[in-house]
Design a protein around this ligand. Structure first.
Ligand SMILES: NC(=O)c1ccc[n+]([C@@H]2O[C@H](COP(=O)([O-])OP(=O)(O)OC[C@H]3O[C@@H](n4cnc5c(N)ncnc54)[C@H](OP(=O)(O)O)[C@@H]3O)[C@@H](O)[C@H]2O)c1
Length: 347
């Protein structure tokens, strides 16, 4: 990707470049599509609103959501406020870690100079704005790269296990998709919460899952892990898109299923019917079948920071990429080549 400077006024809504405005390098996408739609541009720095913070980005994280928002698939998400014909926010990236350089007039929790991490609006850039309510102070014990890959996946795993899954010490938890973004946190948090954790992943990433603390690791390609030979108190379903019938077979009589997601659904809805049917079916069985959409709350990010500061959760930074390598980073993630979480290192 080559850096380009814009002079075309038609693109003002994308570049937000104004006379005299400070500029920055950023990855910009003008249309939904593949990584070929991404370009490295020189655009205006974002401006903070009253409850926002401007962050000098040190590192940004990559998760599946970035791919969904880049492609606009499933199409359903375009109707959920992300832009019908093209992305509303032209700069991709959500996970962020960096230093505060400006605060909105209503922000009291953060000051210029603070090291923060959390969820921003467009973090694949030298500067990004974030709602103050989606940030936490970065623990000194973790690096910017580690903090940058923590929030989106980490708070999803935290909610799946606690608020939704209500895991208890001693319970047996099955994490399907244990080597991925959400799964790598679910395994570590499950252990920190006192559960016995079995992780499902590809053989190539079994060692990674073991290093996260999983008690057992199962290769999904060679083992039918839902055949009923083992019963789990909690299944955190992050990959593989197994049917509800199969998942229920591997649950105890009063066990809980938490559907987080899974790739490969249809392009219109992403196969969300599985998620919608689970709570309905749950009304007629002793098992608890649930799904949820992660809530991007400061309290979860702060709780995650405490786990990381205590050393109970360590973000697994796999590959690191420069800003101009974001297309490569996304292609690697989608092809399954990412080991651990990928970070975009900007400073
Ligand atoms: N509900 C929510 O709010 C929420 C929040 C975040 C993410 N999500 C969704 O959750 C899903 C996972 O996100 P992520 O960031 O963790 O993705 P990811 O990093 O790509 O991880 C996917 C995981 O699924 C595993 N997997 C792939 N094929 C599988 C199969 N056939 N059987 C079992 N496991 C399989 C992968 O294992 P290998 O890599 O070892 O092959 C990997 O561990 C996505 O669909 C995402 O959109 C939902």
């Amino acid at each position: 990707m080559q850096a380009q400077t814009h002079s075309n006024p038609v693109e003002d809504t994308i570049t937000r470049a104004r006379e005299g405005a400070k500029t920055m390098r950023a990855v910009v996408q003008r249309a939904y599509g593949s990584t070929e739609t991404l370009q490295l541009d020189q655009i205006a720095q974002p401006q903070v609103e009253a409850e926002q913070v401007l962050i000098e980005v040190h590192a940004a994280g990559l998760d599946r959501g970035v791919w969904h928002l880049m492609t606009g698939k499933p199409y359903l998400l375009r109707l959920m406020g992300f832009g019908v014909t093209r992305p509303k926010n032209p700069v991709p990236g959500a996970d962020v870690a960096g230093r505060v350089v400006a605060v909105g007039r209503d922000v009291t929790r953060f000051a210029v100079g603070d090291e923060v991490f959390g969820i921003a609006r467009g973090s694949y850039a030298e500067y990004a704005v974030a709602d103050a309510s989606k940030l936490a102070h970065k623990p000194e014990s973790i690096s910017f790269e580690q903090a940058a890959v923590a929030s989106v996946s980490g708070i999803t795993a935290l909610q799946a296990l606690t608020e939704v899954g209500k895991v208890e010490p001693g319970q047996h938890v099955l994490v399907i998709g244990a080597s991925g973004g959400v799964g790598s946190y679910a395994v570590q948090l499950g252990k920190a919460l006192g559960a016995r954790v079995t992780g499902v992943a590809s053989a190539a990433k079994a060692e990674l899952v073991r290093s996260l603390g999983a008690d057992d690791v199962i290769d999904y390609a060679t083992t039918d892990y839902l055949d009923g030979s083992a019963s789990y108190d909690l299944i955190v379903d992050i990959g593989g898109r197994n049917s509800l019938r199969k998942l229920r077979k591997a649950l105890t009589r009063t066990g809980t299923l938490v559907i987080v997601g899974g790739e490969g659904g249809d392009r219109w809805t992403g196969g969300i019917s599985r998620q919608l049917r689970a709570p309905l079916l749950s009304l007629f069985t002793s098992q608890r079948l649930t799904m949820f959409i992660s809530a991007e709350r400061q309290s979860y990010i702060e709780r995650l920071a405490e786990y990381m500061d205590r050393g109970e959760v360590t973000p697994t930074v796999g590959q690191t990429y420069r800003l101009d390598q974001v297309p490569q980073a996304i292609d690697d993630l989608v092809a399954g080549r990412a080991q651990g979480k990928s970070a975009i290192v900007i400073r």
